[in-house]
Design a protein. Structure first.
Lengths: 120, 107
């Protein structure tokens, strides 16, 4: 069945760029029925949607993060990626990738999450 | 931006209780609302999509209702496995905001 796996550095220095990749296995990222999203969860708090993209490269972002976020896709590798610039301690969180069904039907498959700490 | 407000933030209940969680949107989102269950250290699990459609494999004691700006998640008879945090999420106009969460605790 479809699986998602996040990967990337677990420690990022303040003011630098956080970069994560989500690898999709057991299915194609190029399916017309799905979008793909990034979500984060700071320690002890709730979920925050970061942004979503379609395999064509079309994206939409959380307005509160839009100026610092880029989400991109590599269909040849069945992967999509997150870049978050100018990070601070407030960006410390568990970062999840997920599949979005038909844009509006919910996120039905999630990665296990990866912890990213912003610290010098 | 569309804001999502859940209530209550915390709920204490016993096994067998009927539990209702409310989610309100700052503007109409039609029926584009999902509900998730999250347990500590785990990724969220989709329970309900399109406000009232039960995700495959989810027990029928979970149900969703509402449209426009007010939505509810109901657990008809709370089971030990249901103690967790629940989140709503709206999908409208190419945004996907979560509510702040409702923790269901053992009374």
């Amino acid at each position: 069945q479809l699986q998602l796996q996040e990967s990337g550095p677990g420690l990022v220095k303040p003011s630098e760029t956080l970069s994560l990749t989500c690898t999709v296995s057991g299915g194609s990222i190029s399916s017309s029925s799905y979008y793909w999203g990034w979500i984060r969860q700071p320690p002890g708090t709730g979920l925050e949607w970061i942004g979503s993209l379609y395999y064509s490269g079309s994206t939409y972002y959380n307005p509160s993060l839009k100026s610092r976020v880029t989400i991109s896709v590599d269909t040849s590798k069945n992967q999509f990626s997150l870049k978050l610039t100018s990070v601070t301690a407030a960006d410390t969180a568990v970062y999840y990738c997920a599949r979005v069904v038909r844009v509006v039907y919910g996120m039905d498959v999630w990665g296990q999450g990866t912890t990213v700490t912003v610290s010098s | 931006d569309i804001q999502m407000t859940q209530s209550p933030s915390t709920l204490s209940a016993s096994v067998g209780d009927r539990v209702t969680i409310t989610c309100r949107a700052s503007q109409s989102i039609s029926s584009w609302l999902a509900w998730y269950q999250q347990k500590p250290g785990k990724a969220p699990k989709l329970l309900i999509y399109k406000a009232l459609s039960l995700e495959s494999g989810v027990p029928s004691r979970f149900s969703g209702s509402g449209s426009g700006t007010e939505f509810t998640l109901t657990i008809s008879s709370l089971q030990p496995d249901d103690f967790a945090t629940y989140y709503c999420q709206q999908f409208n106009s190419f945004s996907a905001t979560f509510g702040q969460g409702t923790k269901v605790e053992i009374k």
